[in-house]
Design a protein around this ligand. Structure first.
Ligand code: ZN
Length: 328
């Protein structure tokens, strides 16, 4: 059948009809809100390249959690800015590290009952050199030494689970980290703690503003020897497959917008819960356009998130989580 029997516009005539035939829905519970925790009390330091995003002391983070819970968000993803950094990133796996303290405080607050608390597991915020693993000298200058890094990541995951993390999320892209973390969690009695692996994480220019927020820019070199080349789809599928084999319970795709085809391909191929991270650059670029008055703020926020859901993500990590929840 064709026109005039078929008229696609019949179902677009009003809000009620459009809502009835809507294929993809966005809900506050699908959104995860990242928080950057810093030392101190009553601290709310704005991140200049990410309007609306702050470095928060623990008391302020608890306040944010209360608001997040009230808005019905799905969870929080915690990053830490430690008091001091060193070569081995000891702040990442210190029992009294900044994220561990925040997890304990959040667990004690009422807010956290309805929020999934996710600990970002990586070393780059805690190492003086800003890389995600142990740095060693090599023929080419330096190298990120994979295997010794695994133990430090596993310790980080265990210490976060001990402090109250509901989920641990390794973002480092070292080979074998999921297996190492799973084994350590199981050995330490955290067999029920799920792993959300940043399975497909591309080396991306869109992480720029995050490095200011988390103070985690590499002091030399870049991360291309461990994060993936943006050109590679097959490699992304292989990374995911390996992480699942090693015991990942959920996968996280990062960035989102420039890699929606990868999100979609992963959705077609893997039947596991999958999230996508609308990264700092995606956020800042939209914020810049809003400041200029070039885009309709509310519509653009929701459309950017809907696109990620439509591509196949079950949940989205986004700095717009609170804004979006208010609009839904
Ligand atoms: Zn890292």
């Amino acid at each position: 059948m064709t026109f005039p029997a078929n008229r696609m516009r019949r179902l677009r005539r009003n809000d009620a009809l459009r809502a009835l035939v809507r294929e993809t829905v966005l809900e506050p519970g699908d959104l995860i809100y990242p928080l950057f925790i810093c030392p101190g009390e009553g601290v709310r330091n704005p991140v200049s390249s990410m309007p609306g995003v702050f470095n928060l002391s623990i008391d302020e983070a608890v306040r944010e959690a209360q608001e997040a819970a009230k808005l019905g968000l799905g969870g929080l993803l915690l990053f830490g800015l430690p008091e001091s950094k060193d070569e081995e990133g000891t702040g990442a796996y210190d029992e009294n590290g900044i994220v561990q303290q925040a997890l304990r405080a959040l667990k004690q607050s009422d807010a956290a009952k309805n929020l999934v608390l996710i600990g970002d597991v990586c070393l780059c915020e805690y190492t003086s050199h800003g890389h995600c693993g142990v740095v060693v000298k090599s023929r080419d200058g330096f190298d990120i030494d994979n295997d010794p890094t695994l133990e430090l990541l596993a310790r980080t995951a265990v210490s976060q689970a001990k402090a109250g993390a509901d989920v641990v999320a390794p973002s480092d892209m070292m080979d074998g980290r999921v297996a190492a973390i799973r084994k350590a969690l199981d050995t330490e009695g955290f067999g029920q703690t799920p792993i959300l692996s940043y399975a497909s994480k591309f080396a991306s220019a869109f992480y720029g503003p995050f490095r200011e927020a988390a103070d985690s820019a590499p002091q030399f070199g870049d991360r291309r020897s461990y994060q993936m080349d943006g050109a590679n789809m097959r490699e992304a599928m292989r990374e995911i497959e390996l992480d699942l084999e090693e015991g990942a319970d959920m996968i996280l795709m990062k960035p989102a917008m420039p890699y929606l085809d990868v999100v979609h391909a992963a959705r077609e191929r893997f039947g596991v819960p999958m999230g996508a991270y609308q990264v700092s650059g995606e956020y800042s670029m939209l914020q810049a356009a809003f400041e200029k008055g070039w885009l309709d703020r509310n519509r653009a926020i929701l459309e950017s998130l809907l696109g990620i859901r439509r591509a196949g993500a079950d949940f989205i990590v986004t700095y717009f989580a609170k804004d979006a929840a208010k609009l839904l």
